[in-house]
Design a protein around this ligand. Structure first.
Ligand code: SAM
Length: 281
């Protein structure tokens, strides 16, 4: 089942240990070595599943030598499993440099899929999930953070952020400033753990919830922000030419088709034209 000479990227649980997969346990058991972000932390996971494979530390941001060591091991025909403290390696976790280098050198890189906090949060948040953007952690410095948020202000996709308890309030305050008090937000905390909580509310209410219950600032958390909703309808009226074009097209074609053609010619969003057409009918 396990081919030799491969780098396995193994997802581990984000809280509840039962969320590991059978395949992940098997791969970890059979690997020649497990590269882990924090060997002490991962030792507990291995102990729980009776896995005796040796652990070595791996942080690709700081140490090129560790990447080279692992590539040499692959070169000798060893199987390596990469894990992080929780969830899927490389997702706001180490591993990118190693995977890139292993692929460049022609080694097999095999994903062993499983948990990731962003997917777990999105799957249960109740926000649109057809298109989303994972933004990871915001920059720690306030100017850089505001710049990043401003670039996302009109993004129509659901936005997903990771955050830590000591920055959550500052980040939510900055988001409120940029996205507005009324925008919908979901705070997904402690997913798969005892105090798992999903709060679905507006930014204004989320800040109030923080003031009235300090527990909402604790634990591990994902923030999901509803995408920007293009102003719809005639209150945001169309320019004269686009309006004329829409009227002409609507005389000849079904509204959907008319909006699609007018969108191509005018550059105005198709949904907005469609909405305008509905109200103009
Ligand atoms: N690699 C991980 C993954 O696949 O989700 C993410 C690692 S990143 C260093 C840690 C961040 O993930 C936390 O600060 C938090 O934002 C999020 N996170 C991890 N576990 C979580 C959980 N059980 N509930 C909510 N958020 C979680």
């Amino acid at each position: 089942m396990q081919s030799s000479n491969a780098l396995y990227i193994v997802a581990t649980p984000i809280g509840n240990l039962e969320d590991i997969t059978f395949r992940a346990v098997k791969v970890l058991q059979k690997a020649d070595i497990i590269a882990a972000e924090d060997t002490r932390h991962s030792a507990k996971l291995l102990q729980h599943f009776g896995i005796e494979t040796r652990l070595m530390a791996y942080h690709d941001h700081s140490n090129e030598q560790q990447t080279q060591q692992l590539l040499q091991r692959l070169g000798k025909g060893e199987n390596i499993a990469l894990i992080s403290d929780a969830g899927t390696p490389l997702i706001s976790d180490p591993g990118y440099r190693l995977v890139k280098a292993a692929r460049e050198q022609g080694y097999s890189v095999v994903p062993i899929p499983g948990c990731s906090a962003l997917v777990a949060a999105l799957s249960a948040a109740g926000l649109p999930s057809d298109r989303f953007s994972f933004e990871g952690f915001l920059p720690a410095k306030s100017v850089a953070r505001m710049n990043r948020l401003e670039a996302l202000q009109k993004d129509p996709r659901t936005l997903i952020f990771y955050e830590s308890p000591h920055r959550i309030r500052e980040s939510v305050e900055a988001m409120t400033q940029v996205f507005g008090e009324a925008r919908n937000v979901v705070l997904a905390r402690e997913i798969t753990k005892t105090y798992e909580t999903f709060i679905t509310t507006s930014f204004a209410n989320l800040l109030e919830a923080f003031d009235s219950d300090q527990n909402q600032l604790r634990g591990e958390m994902v923030i999901l922000v509803q995408g920007f909703d293009e102003p719809k309808g005639n209150d945001e009226s169309l320019d004269c030419d686009t309006e004329k074009m829409m009227k002409l097209l609507m005389e000849e074609l079904p509204l959907k088709k008319a909006a699609a053609i007018a969108a191509k010619m005018s550059g105005v969003a198709k949904n907005r034209l469609y909405q305008w057409g509905l109200e103009a009918k």
